[in-house]
Write a protein that binds this ligand. Sequence first.
Ligand code: GDP
Ligand code: MG
Length: 163
Amino acid sequence: MNNIVAIVGRPNVGKSTLYNRLIGERQAIIDDISGVTRDRQYGSSFWNGKTFTVIDTGGFVKGSDDIFEAAIRDQVNIAIDEAAVIIFMVDVTTGITDLDEEIADMLRRTEKPVLLAVNKVDNAERQMEANEFWGLGFEETFFLSSMTGSGSGELLDLVVEKL
Ligand code: GDP
Ligand code: MG
């Protein structure tokens, strides 16, 4: 079993925000040394004594406004092939979209652990709204704000437990 954690989901749900939170300064240091572009897709992170690699799948597609569904499907398939654990991110501010449902269908077919991360749950009101995402049917559902970091610790506890 590898130690790769992939973050998948449609554009603008906050995948890169979580990725940057996980990779943090480590990524900046790597980029400085290697002189590569800042827009990297793989980074290394550390939680509860475990080191793991994070993939920000959004990096595969540029210009997130008009991403084709096929491109997103490709990203999800890459994650299913490569990752040990998959974080499926959705956005409480939009509710469940058709594309969320489509990605959920794909992810239900893998044996690998899939953790649903309902993002942008910045306050108590949004916590209420977030309950609709239990309807996607993922046993491991987490509510977090990648912006503030609130709730991300509980998600990471289970991520590294599954590695
Ligand atoms: P990606 O396309 O899935 O990688 O999404 P990004 O990480 O680029 O985030 C899309 C937008 O959502 C940006 O404007 C972020 O600042 C915003 N965002 C990300 N996480 C949160 C969050 O937890 N709360 C709020 N309110 N906004 C967020
Ligand atoms: Mg992104």
